[in-house]
Ligand binder design. Structure first.
Ligand code: FAD
Ligand code: NDP
Length: 522
């Protein structure tokens, strides 16, 4: 039933009231809430800013604008996957991205630590351990629910109106009564995993990372198609918790990363028991009578066809922006013809009162802290308290593979392409983390590399770290690199002993010297 309130009571509508409505559409920055099918029945209320998308970027932007005194609404809607998976407020990172991924990565690391523990004197009751997928999944799920709830509380405390509905533009200014110029929208709708529609059976039988973290049963024997961040990270933790895991890569792994580092990552993953089906692509999928998924695939070089049987097949072949249902053309917001992502300069789209942040932006990294920072800065600019623009250069990142890889800046190959080989010096080291030393772990891949620009006082333009806690290590060096740190400044920094991070400040062997970069002793 639709209840119509007079305009002056609108501020008294609580978030709870909104949840009870079945269909809400916000159609302008001075929103017009139309309920049911009759668009003539509406509530109006004034907002300075309406954010579409309650993920990392959208929440950050909305909270910052509200802190700065603006009246803000945030609209968030999750379209269920084809398998029916859905989730709460907080977007990809919290529900089906960084958070469940990192927790499951931690589960895998703990399995490894259990094996190490014996070498540290722990008398564990049995030599083989069972892993319970259900316990892990439920622990992760409960934590995520607490985060979903926490976001709702934050929005309520900040007096941000949260509308659990799907935002669609009806026009650039679909104004009920009193739109004031300068009122703004922020599009922060992120993206969703891509599942190719030219592979018979893919949509029916394959899952994506949106489904993985909440599977009913332990994933069993898994094939992951794709060789980017998500494929490698998910393969890493699945294998770590005992799943028989394969990766099908059509070309190279982690294309935009330093390929020296990537070779070490994949070598380590193979040693951990993950299979790589290289230069291959799936042709079709079907369900067998034994409830397995049969995948026929082809080697793209030899044309040789093969068949594999799996309990789960997951696509991790990139993500598509959620722009299709926004009806952006009526608002004159242009998208890139291929990526379908929003074209924007300084987060302002081709429609002056409409902005975009996060994964939905064309040509920008798909990373949570990028969305958050861009959202905060945008809110501050929209509230006229700052003119600082988002700097998309030198963004650090970490891939949470079994051996973690953290980096900032460019790869060695890119450096040579941009500045020529003779102008580049590389300092590097293979090291053994102390914590591995007394275990029986064979790990030859822990490696650090600093790529330096000779003509600029050996300024470090790429820093690459492969080893435990890579994200923790690279975070601090990222600040140094933003400040233009040189090789000399890094090696004149006193290390913290004994750590893996100190291997960066101990880098002494240059590639040009030809010396063996293996670190021995302290
Ligand atoms: P999102 O967080 O995707 O939020 C968009 C929100 O808008 C969603 O809730 C969506 O349902 C909603 N929405 C969409 N359309 C509409 C509409 N029309 N109306 C209303 N609401 C709508 N990044 C890292 O930095 N580190 C990591 O370790 C990391 N791990 C990841 C692991 C996985 C498996 C995945 C998938 C991603 C990972 N990422 C990681 C990337 C990170 O999650 C994203 O970059 C980040 O969430 C993007 O934030 P966003 O605000 O742009 O979009
Ligand atoms: P990526 O863009 O990283 O990788 C996509 C992979 O899929 C590539 O290996 C690509 O191969 C392959 N691929 C693309 N199309 C096909 C196809 N049709 N058939 C087979 N393979 C195909 O995407 P992801 O989905 O892994 O991740 C999306 C983004 O999420 C990342 O770029 C990252 O920004 C973010 N993320 C960040 C994480 C972190 O910070 N730790 C973790 C996870 C995600 P090719 O190179 O040949 O095109």
């Amino acid at each position: 039933m639709i209840k119509i309130l007079p305009l002056d009571q609108i501020s008294q509508i609580t978030v709870f009231n909104y949840w009870q409505l079945n269909s809400i559409r916000i159609v302008s920055a001075t929103p017009l809430f139309t309920m049911g099918k009759d668009s003539s029945i509406c509530y109006t209320a004034h907002f300075d800013l309406v954010v579409i998308g309650g993920g990392s970027g959208g929440l950050a932007c909305a909270k910052e604008a509200s802190t700065l005194g603006k009246k803000v609404a945030i609209v968030d809607h999750v379209e269920p996957t084809v398998h029916g998976t859905t989730w709460g407020l907080g977007g990809t990172c919290v529900n089906v991205g960084c958070i469940p991924k990192k927790l499951m990565h931690q589960a895998a690391l703990l399995g490894q630590s259990l094996q190490d523990a014996r070498h540290y004197g722990w008398q564990l009751p049995s030599s083989s351990y069972e892993h319970s997928w259900e316990t892990l999944r439920d622990g992760v799920r409960n934590y995520i629910k607490s985060l979903n709830w926490g976001y709702r509380v934050q929005l309520k405390n900040k007096k941000i109106d949260y509308l659990n509905g799907k935002g669609t533009f009806l026009s650039r200014h679909e104004i009920k009564v009193d739109l004031k110029s300068g009122n703004n929208y922020v599009i922060a709708v992120g993206g969703r995993p891509r599942i190719p529609n030219n592979i018979p059976g893919a949509r029916e039988y394959a899952i994506s990372s949106d489904d993985l973290f909440s599977l009913d049963k332990a994933p069993g024997k898994v094939l992951i198609i794709g060789a980017g961040y998500i494929a490698l990270e998910c393969a890493g933790f699945l294998s770590g918790i005992g799943c028989d895991t394969s990766i099908m890569a059509r070309s190279i792994c982690l294309r935009s990363f330093d390929q020296d580092m990537v070779s070490l990552i994949t070598e380590n993953m193979e040693e951990e028991g993950i299979s790589f089906i290289r230069k291959s692509q799936p042709l079709r999928m079907s369900k067998t009578t034994g409830d397995k998924i049969e995948v026929e695939y082809e080697n793209t070089e030899t044309g040789l066809k093969s068949i594999g049987l799996y309990d789960n097949v997951m696509f991790a072949v990139g993500r598509d922006p959620t722009t299709a249902s926004l009806n952006l053309n009526v608002a004159n917001v242009k998208i890139h013809p291929e990526s379908k992502k929003i074209l924007a300069e300084n987060e302002q789209t081709t429609c002056p009162n409409i902005y975009a942040i996060g994964d939905v932006l064309h040509g920008k990294p798909e990373l949570t802290p990028v969305a958050i920072h861009a959202g905060r800065l945008l809110a501050r600019r929209l509230c006229n308290v700052s003119s600082t623009q988002m700097d998309y250069a030198q963004i650090p990142t970490t891939i949470f593979t079994p051996l973690e890889y953290g980096c900032i800046g460019i790869s060695e190959a890119k450096a040579e392409e941009l500045y020529f080989k003779e102008n580049i010096e590389v300092y590097h080291a293979f090291y053994l983390p102390l914590e591995y030393a007394i275990t029986q772990r064979v790990c030859k891949q822990c490696y650090v590399k600093a790529v330096c620009l000779k003509s600029d006082n050996e300024r470090i333009i790429g820093l690459h770290f492969l080893g435990p806690n890579a994200g923790e290590v690279i975070q601090g060096f990222a600040t140094a690199m933003k400040c233009g740190v040189t090789y000399d400044q890094v090696v004149n920094t006193i290390g913290i002993h004994p750590t893996c991070a100190e291997e960066v400040v101990k880098l002494r062997i240059s590639r040009s010297s030809g010396e063996d970069p293996t670190v021995t002793g302290c």
